[in-house]
Design a protein around this ligand. Structure first.
Ligand code: ADP
Length: 495
């Protein structure tokens, strides 16, 4: 990057940061925390502070719940077309502000700017999709089997929702929950991840600009998640929890949700198998493996965690994947040449290092390793490991880093059994030119989603979600809206 371009981009980021609201958003008002607590958001590429923002405590969280509860009644009765229009305008604003929001995502989360632009487009598509769905909320009118009762079924908003998001897709994870909540007519308390709250604060500002009334969306960034979440959920005023994050935290929240019998949508962890059969097109296999592995520096619940490659093509596949992985440019995502940004924090960096060491101790070999820049960022070199043993931690837990863990197989049913041998079931990938095999293996996969000859399944028009301990419910697609609606049935006797 030329010095001028570099300084232009830094100046743009400074301008974008200066416009981010730094308070809690409660009932349409920006406020500081009741106890004046603040938290500093840092850039993982250089550990430099970006902004200091309000850090919500219990009193603030309860005020946010009161606001959501107070506005639920009037919001639920707005015309679906009104809500649809807000979402359509929000999508347009996201398109228009794509570059600024991408800068913000890259600065607080680390992903390369090109990926951040893609995330803004993806988030806009969620708003567009749910804008189109809002006018189609319907019911039915029928007769009971005995002919004695008219059955009138309608759909209503579930009520005030608590939305909790992770840091890996700071804009898209919020849009995926806020979009259907607006379409359905639910009010919200939104708690973004403490590492990446700035994008959410900017998104709330954008939604207000799009016409979202005060109090419908309340945003509370907080470093005290456990404390405030429990207090909010126990009020009984929140009727639904939509959570994206780790299975570990998901289990805790499901227990808390049980106390007030809240509806839940849980998008939890994954441990995706990526299976390359001997009849695969190897160019497709490598290309899609790169996408499934390296998107977001490997920090995605959909990331290819375990690569199973047929022994007949393993040498060729591994050589090409290693060439591609080790040639990637790691660096600050704001620089145009960067293909791989930093990990989110020191704990993630350490965890990935420990996973690699554990795999090597158990007999894996390093096929290739890339290089990382000097500096304070939480960088991690893209690494390809072969002969990864099933007992290795990185075969059993989410790697959440740029490490491809390859093992070989020869038998289809054995590899399917290995792929399914996990508590998780979010997504699986298979690469094969054989249609019968593609369908057979896809049907045998114990996952909510399968990518066939592709490393990407995420799509706002499709139902995203997992089985087993990867979660409950779906986000996106037509069913994404159902998660925010309750059925209401009225019985009318035929007289
Ligand atoms: P990750 O490991 O990806 O950071 P987490 O599950 O820890 O995933 O975090 C996802 C979201 O859940 C974040 O917004 C985080 O603040 C929140 N969170 C973490 N722990 C708790 C908890 N005990 N109760 C409620 N929310 C939590």
């Amino acid at each position: 990057m030329t010095a001028t371009l570099e300084s232009d981009r830094r100046a743009d980021l400074a301008r974008v940061l200066a416009a981010v609201p730094t308070g809690l958003l409660i009932d349409g008002q920006q406020r500081g925390a009741a106890d004046d607590a603040v938290v500093t958001v840092e850039n993982p590429a250089n550990r430099q502070p970006l902004l200091e923002i309000a850090d919500a405590g219990e009193a603030d969280a309860l005020a946010a719940v009161r606001s959501a509860a107070a506005h639920q009644g009037s919001w639920a009765t707005t015309a679906p077309r009104h809500r649809s229009g807000i979402l359509a305008r929000a999508a347009e604003l996201l398109d228009r502000q794509q570059e600024d929001l991408a800068l913000l995502i890259t600065a607080e989360m680390g992903k390369p700017l090109a990926e951040a632009r893609g995330e803004v487009a993806y988030a806009a598509e969620f708003f567009r999709w749910f804008s189109e769905q809002a006018g189609h909320i319907s019911g039915s009118y029928g007769l009971s089997a005995d002919g004695g009762t008219r059955i009138l079924v309608s759909r209503r908003p579930v009520g005030p929702c608590l939305l909790i998001t992770p840091w890996n897709f700071p804009l898209a994870m919020g849009a995926r929950k806020i979009g259907p909540a607006i379409a359905a007519g639910c009010t919200m308390v939104f708690k973004p991840a403490p590492q990446t709250p700035l994008t959410s604060l900017a998104l709330a500002q954008l939604l207000a600009e799009a016409g979202l009334p005060n109090g419908v969306l309340n945003v509370i960034a907080s470093s005290r998640a456990e404390l405030i979440t429990g207090s909010m959920m126990r009020t009984g005023a929140l009727r639904k929890l939509s959570f994206t994050g780790s299975t570990e935290v998901g289990r805790i929240l499901l227990r808390v949700a049980a106390d007030t019998v809240m509806r839940t949508s849980m998008e939890l962890g994954g441990n995706a198998p990526f299976i390359v059969f001997e009849d695969a097109d190897l160019d497709v296999a490598v290309e899609e493996a790169m996408v499934a592995k390296m998107r977001n520096m490997g920090q995605a619940c959909t990331a290819a965690n375990r690569m199973y490659v047929h022994a007949a093509v393993a040498t060729e596949f591994t050589a090409e994947l290693t060439r591609r992985m080790s040639g990637l440019v790691v660096g600050d995502g704001l620089q145009p040449e960067t293909q791989v940004g930093p990990l989110i924090d020191a704990a993630s960096q350490l965890k990935v290092r420990q996973f690699i060491d554990d795999a090597l101790d158990r007999g894996a070999s390093v096929a290739g390793i890339g290089s990382v820049p000097d500096g304070a960022g939480y960088f991690c070199a893209p690494t390809v490991l072969t002969d990864v043993q099933p007992g290795s931690v990185l075969s059993q837990a989410e790697i959440f880093g740029p490490v491809a863990a390859i093992s070989t197989f020869t038998d289809e049913s054995a590899v399917v059994a290995a792929a399914n041998d996990t508590e998780w079931g979010l997504v699986g990938y298979l690469i094969t030119e054989n249609l019968d095999r593609a369908l057979r293996v896809s049907e045998a996969m114990e996952t909510g989603m399968v990518g066939i000859n592709t490393g990407v399944v995420s799509n706002p028009s499709a139902p995203f979600g997992g089985v087993k301990q990867s979660g409950l419910g779906r986000e996106g697609g037509a069913v994404g809206l159902e998660e925010y609606l309750e059925l209401h049935y009225a019985a009318i006797p035929v007289r």
